[in-house]
Design a protein around this ligand. Structure first.
Ligand code: ADP
Ligand code: MG
Length: 263
């Protein structure tokens, strides 16, 4: 089966009854969409090898909000980049639904990134000469089934800032434009790397509220990376990363309202 056919057959929205026919991850875990086993990543820089991931196993399920918590240098960004198809592991396997992201080649990764993943990074990477609406439209113009830029910006509470340029927006507003840009193509997965890292607490909370709302209203599997332990309470599940290992997993029976978080 060609990749294009596989892409065409992939459900755009979470739909457990409609798994792709190619290689389901596990017959008993129909909600699992990501499965990583033994992920290792070694960076070779000159003489020295840096082992950033030392055998990570994880499953992610449709629609959950996961916080990936770890100190600086623990391998969080490395893991997120691999999950998002921006990089490949040195060893181990990574599957997303029927797709092999660890051995599938650049074409698979490109299709995966384009169709399935939205990214939010610490720095917003907006184009300064474009308005909020135009920054989001850059993505909606090339996505197969996007929402309107105005709808994406409405979901992050920025309906009143459509025609503002980045320089006319606060840091928190710029980050929310970046979130709108990430979700405008209706990805099944939203990956956020230290989304509040450049923001003060109050502004950071408004950004986390936007992320939580996207997860809740759109059912987007959401992974938030942070070194800030206070953010763990907003998640369904918390994975603790240390020195390239997942050392602990915890579940929150109830997600804490983001507004009440403090740090
Ligand atoms: P975190 O996001 O948790 O701070 P990273 O994944 O960025 O951690 O980094 C994990 C380890 O890998 C660190 O020791 C870091 O210096 C190293 N590292 C990350 N990216 C590279 C790279 N491109 N080349 C070499 N070493 C890297
Ligand atoms: Mg990082």
């Amino acid at each position: 089966m060609s990749l294009a056919m596989q892409v065409g057959q992939m459900p755009r929205r979470p739909n457990p009854s409609k798994q792709p026919s190619a290689a389901p991850i596990s017959p008993t875990a129909s909600q699992t969409i990501f499965q990583a086993r033994g992920l290792r990543k070694v960076y070779q820089t000159g003489e020295l090898d840096v082992v950033a991931l030392q055998g990570v196993d994880l499953d992610f399920h449709m629609g959950e909000l996961v916080v990936l918590l770890g100190a600086s240098g623990s391998g969080k960004s490395t893991l997120l980049n691999i999950l998002g198809g921006l990089d490949v592991p040195t060893a181990g396997s990574l599957r997303y639904k029927g797709w092999d992201l660890s051995g599938g080649g650049e074409r698979t990764l490109t299709q995966f990134r384009r169709n399935c993943v939205g990214f939010v990074f610490q720095f917003y990477n907006l184009i300064p000469s474009l308005t909020a609406r135009e920054n989001v439209a850059l993505i909606t113009e090339i996505a197969p089934d996007p929402m309107k830029p105005e709808d994406a910006l409405d979901r992050v509470g920025l309906s009143h800032r459509l025609d503002h340029f980045p320089s006319q927006l606060s840091g928190g507003e710029q980050q929310r434009v970046a979130i709108a840009r990430a979700i405008a193509k209706k990805p099944e997965v939203l990956l956020c790397d230290e989304p509040t890292g450049a923001l003060d607490v109050t502004t950071g909370i408004t950004v986390l509220e936007a992320i939580e709302r996207i997860n809740r209203e759109l059912g987007t599997l959401t992974v938030v990376i942070t070194h800030n332990a206070a953010m763990a309470a907003m998640a369904d599940r918390v994975l603790h990363l240390s020195d390239g290992h997942i050392i602990k997993e915890s579940h929150n029976e109830q997600r804490v309202d983001v507004k009440t978080l403090q740090w």
